[in-house]
Design a protein around this ligand. Structure first.
Ligand code: GLA
Length: 397
């Protein structure tokens, strides 16, 4: 049988050196610098961000890198090591739906920062995405945030931008220009994370608390499995879930489901006459409570309690929120049987990645069991990586 495929994070200095050389070859001069931003995993708190709820993500060591140089006009050129040439033009050609494809995430950030009153000079940009694409690990947020942080350092008035402004511009790029109405968790963690910590994020006001990853030193690691399951109907399904939780909140007379406490849940559910809305609301309210439990468990290094909350989260996403697929359920089932203390899907679902909390002496064995089960069940070969809480967006070279 084939062996599991691993995706280690490359060394940032090596990626930056190679990208600098490629930039110089394309533009005849080296870039002003290389900036980068991480993808993320979410430990727990799924589909809570757009309900003003809590989540507990951390930054991956896998990052997207952007080499940037200021031009002496107000034009922009964009290229990617993975995707070749992208959009070029002026910001007056950028808006909802323009440009299309991966360029939207970059052009959208520039457009949004300009709308916030920043003087964004013309730029040549070459990016190198080392966050696995289409894996539910927020490669798009990493791309947005790498460019946002670069602009904050090269624009003449960029120093007036706080991290939260960069976050808002990255979210606006994704929501308005790329047209994906996501909830903000991914951009928040890419910009606000702290190395060695998970980020307890309160999406009602994007306030944060760092929770130390003490369990790493105690011999625990987070195994990430990119299922490579085809994402079918992702955008439509995500928007539908978002709309149904907003509808549940409206019927309950609250601004967002965050306002419903877990002790009021039964009474609230009794007021919803639609079974689907009831299950969607139950997921959100119980998930927010699980984030509280999990953050507290992580703080105390209580691995059993953390793992139990993760596994309960998966069951809720599978049964009540209905965003898992057989590949995600398989990772969870097999990882738990092979010794993981907790496992769940991570990110939006409908494909993408799952995570398992495992002893650092056992992750290879768990990966082999998952790989074998995928072969057995006729799924595409998954890919594996190890996640350690890494640094937020910033300058790399
Ligand atoms: C995607 C979105 C996030 C969040 C998650 C689900 O990753 O980009 O905003 O809603 O799904 O928790």
């Amino acid at each position: 049988m084939t062996a599991p495929v691993w995706l280690p994070a490359p060394d940032p200095a090596e990626v930056a050196a190679a990208l600098t050389a490629q930039f110089a070859e394309a533009h005849g001069e080296p870039p002003d610098g290389v900036w980068s931003a991480p993808g993320r995993v979410n430990l727990i708190g799924e589909h809570t961000d757009y309900n003003d709820g809590l989540c507990l993500p951390f930054a991956l060591p896998h990052r997207t890198y952007a080499a940037v140089r200021v031009r002496d006009d107000d034009r922009f050129t964009l290229a990617s090591r993975q995707a070749g040439m992208g959009w070029s033009g002026g910001l007056d050609s950028v808006g909802p739906g323009h440009p299309e494809g991966w360029s939207a995430y970059v052009a959208g950030v520039l457009w949004s920062l300009q709308r916030k009153g920043i003087h964004v000079p013309g730029l040549d940009i070459v990016v190198d995405g080392r966050v696995p694409l289409g894996s539910g690990l927020s490669s798009s947020a990493a791309l947005e945030c790498s460019v946002a942080v670069a602009v904050s350092e090269v624009a003449p008035d960029g120093s007036s931008l706080a991290r939260r402004d960069l976050m808002a511009a990255s979210i606006e790029a994704e929501n308005v220009v790329a047209g994906a109405n996501t909830g903000g968790m991914d951009q928040a963690v890419s910009l606000l994370a702290r190395e060695g910590h998970a980020l307890l994020l309160d999406c009602s006001d994007f306030s944060t608390r760092d929770v130390a990853w003490r369990i790493g030193a105690l011999g625990w690691t987070l195994l990430v499995v990119d299922t490579r399951a085809p994402h079918a109907l992702v955008d439509g399904q995500y928007a539908e879930r978002r709309a149904s939780t907003a509808a549940a909140a409206r019927r309950l007379g609250v601004g967002a489901l965050r306002a419903v406490g877990v002790d009021e849940l039964d009474a609230a559910l009794a007021r919803l006459d639609d079974d689907v809305l009831r299950r969607r609301a139950r997921h959100v309210v119980t998930e927010i409570e699980r984030v509280r439990v999990a953050a507290d468990a992580l703080e105390r290094a209580d691995v059993d309690a953390l793992g139990a909350a993760m596994t309960a989260s998966h069951a809720s996403l599978r049964d009540d929120y209905e965003v898992t697929v057989p590949e995600l359920d398989t990772v969870v089932e097999v990882a738990l049987a092979a010794g993981a203390v907790g496992a769940r899907m991570t990110g939006g679902g409908f494909g993408g990645s799952a995570i398992a909390l495992v002893r650092d002496t056992a992750y290879e064995q768990v990966a082999e069991a998952v790989h074998a089960a995928f072969v057995d069940r006729g799924f595409a070969a998954p890919q594996f990586l190890l996640a350690t809480p890494s640094a937020p967006a910033g300058r790399t070279a």
